[in-house]
Design a protein around this ligand. Structure first.
Ligand SMILES: Nc1ncnc2c1ncn2[C@@H]1O[C@H](COP(=O)(O)OP(=O)(O)OP(=O)(O)O)[C@@H](O)[C@H]1O
Length: 238
């Protein structure tokens, strides 16, 4: 593993107008790592992600991607550097087929050794191969979520960010998503994942960051989090 973090946030502060939400976040994600961002509703997880991907300009602090400051960069520039987000709510296009979703955003940039091809994406999500000619609005919630992940992968991201990717899905579909994330991790995909199923995140995440009212309340490895159930009760309400 490289010693240089792929993403580094230093003293990150952000909010909406006069309402400050993030109060000085310091964390980094190393290449190949899976980092889980945890916390109860409204603690600032989505705001953190929004700030990283350029949807919200930080009020203070620095965001470095592969050593380069991106806190003032536009969202499209950050995407081109290799940051892909699977947003909350999936956001598939109703009038594009599955195949069109996967070729429309495909990009071989980022110099990855093994770029994602349509065949590899279908290998990861066989259901998408079966639905290749279906429109976005003909897919089930789980299929839409798989499509959103596959679409993000088609850009060959260096950092994949998932915001509540298993929200509202049936348990069997959630498990399929977790299985795919584990496969991606085994292939070295650096990932930042927000999700509320802590027990499912533990085997996947290398490190966990817990937000409490816009501050990092706890961070540590999954083994540490597994052993400290009082942290779950105090900050996650589980
Ligand atoms: N567009 C917005 N305008 C104003 N305030 C917002 C906006 N989006 C979020 N907030 C506020 O910022 C705070 C943090 O919200 P955020 O969505 O980042 O939390 P979260 O941890 O992702 O929780 P959730 O799981 O509910 O999405 C909350 O108090 C929320 O009301």
């Amino acid at each position: 593993m490289s010693a240089i973090p792929l993403l580094s946030c230093r003293g990150l502060e952000a909010g909406y107008g006069a309402s400050q939400v993030l109060f000085g976040l310091d964390f980094e994600i190393r290449p190949g790592e899976v980092m889980a961002l945890l916390g109860r509703n409204g603690m600032g997880k989505s705001t953190t992600i929004r700030t990283i991907v350029g949807g919200l300009r930080p009020q203070r602090g620095e965001i470095l991607f592969d050593g380069r400051p991106i806190q003032a960069a536009r969202a499209d520039h950050i995407a081109r550097l290799g940051v892909a987000i699977v947003p909350e709510g999936r956001q598939c296009f109703p009038n594009l087929t599955v195949r069109e979703h996967l070729v429309a955003f495909a990009d071989r940039r980022n110099g990855v050794a093994e770029p994602w091809t349509l065949e590899r994406l279908y290998g990861l999500f066989p259901r998408l191969a079966e639905r290749a000619d279906h429109m976005g609005n003909q897919l089930s919630g789980g299929e839409q979520q798989m499509l959103a992940i596959a679409r993000a992968l088609s850009t060959n991201p260096r950092l994949l960010i998932l915001d509540e990717a298993t929200e509202g899905l049936a348990p069997v579909i959630r498990d399929e998503i977790w299985r795919c994330l584990a496969l991606l991790k085994a292939q070295g995909q650096t990932t930042l994942v927000v999700d509320k199923y802590v027990e499912k995140l533990l085997p996947l995440a290398d490190r966990n960051l817990i937000l409490e009212r816009g501050r990092i309340a706890w961070q540590g490895s999954s083994a540490e989090l597994d052993a400290q159930r009082e942290v779950w009760h105090r900050y996650l309400g589980v």
